[in-house]
Design a protein around this ligand. Structure first.
Ligand code: ATP
Length: 222
């Protein structure tokens, strides 16, 4: 199965999502390649987060298929779902989703343990990731004391450590200044260059313009 770390195309076939009578989107046929960055655009409420949540196995679409490699993600059993989340998926949110009471190093440890990287190797992987996000040597600082931009860079360092093949970023720069926005996009690009399929829901025109593909979710409304 495609939870072994290999890259795969993420494809949707006649995907549809409805909440009661209200159809959010339908007839969604997408083909998202590895090593590419795709922007999901559309006005507030058009269903960008909902689509990311379907890709991330947090919500189930009401119709159609989501194929990742040889599997339909809408029909995975609980064991494969857990492995897929652990081994393939990486999420980046606007609100960082870090353990705020823990240090930067402890937040990275979570991802390192999942990859079973320990000891000296773990320290060097973490140090390399922190260097890449501009937080070298700040391992022991508590996340709650960091600025928003720094917290998002810790979340990125955690992704760099995890090396997910499918990166889902939900408005990851919504709360950041342009400098931090550029850093986030540069690091997402590095993950794409490393082979990841990167999908970014965004309202930011500059972020959209850095992507290889743009999917206007509102074009599939109703
Ligand atoms: N579980 C749910 N039950 C009913 N409606 C829902 C549910 N989840 C989302 N919605 C509705 O679906 C619509 C799309 O929400 P979503 O958050 O995906 O939009 P979005 O395009 O990401 O918006 P934004 O740009 O503001 O983040 C919203 O109107 C929301 O209220």
């Amino acid at each position: 199965m495609t939870t072994d770390g290999g890259t795969a195309v993420l494809e949707t076939r006649t995907l549809e999502m409805a909440f009661g009578e209200r159809k959010l989107w339908s007839g969604l046929d997408l083909h998202l390649k590895p090593a590419r960055m795709t922007a999901l655009t559309g006005p507030s409420g058009s269903g960008k987060s909902t689509l990311l949540n379907c890709f991330g196995l947090l919500e189930k679409p009401t119709g159609g298929e989501i194929r990742y490699g040889d599997r339909d993600l809408t029909r995975l059993g609980p064991g494969v779902t857990r492995r897929f989340r652990r081994d393939v998926l990486g999420y980046l949110f606007q609100n960082y989703a870090l353990v705020e009471n823990a240090t930067i190093a402890q937040n990275l440890d979570v991802a390192l343990r999942v990859r079973r990287v320990r000891g000296g190797k773990a320290r060097s992987v973490a140090a390399d990731a922190l260097e890449r996000v501009g937080l070298a040597g700040r391992d022991d600082e508590r996340v709650s004391r960091l600025s928003g931009g720094e917290q998002q860079r810790v979340a990125l360092a955690r992704l760099l450590v995890k090396r997910p093949k499918l990166v889902l970023a939900d408005e990851p720069t919504g709360a950041l200044d342009h400098g931090n926005t550029e850093t986030v996009v540069r690091l997402l690009r590095e993950m794409a260059d490393d082979g990841a399929c990167v999908v970014i829901a965004t309202h930011d025109d500059w972020v959209r313009d850095q992507c290889d593909e743009v999917v206007a979710v509102d074009a599939y409304t109703g």
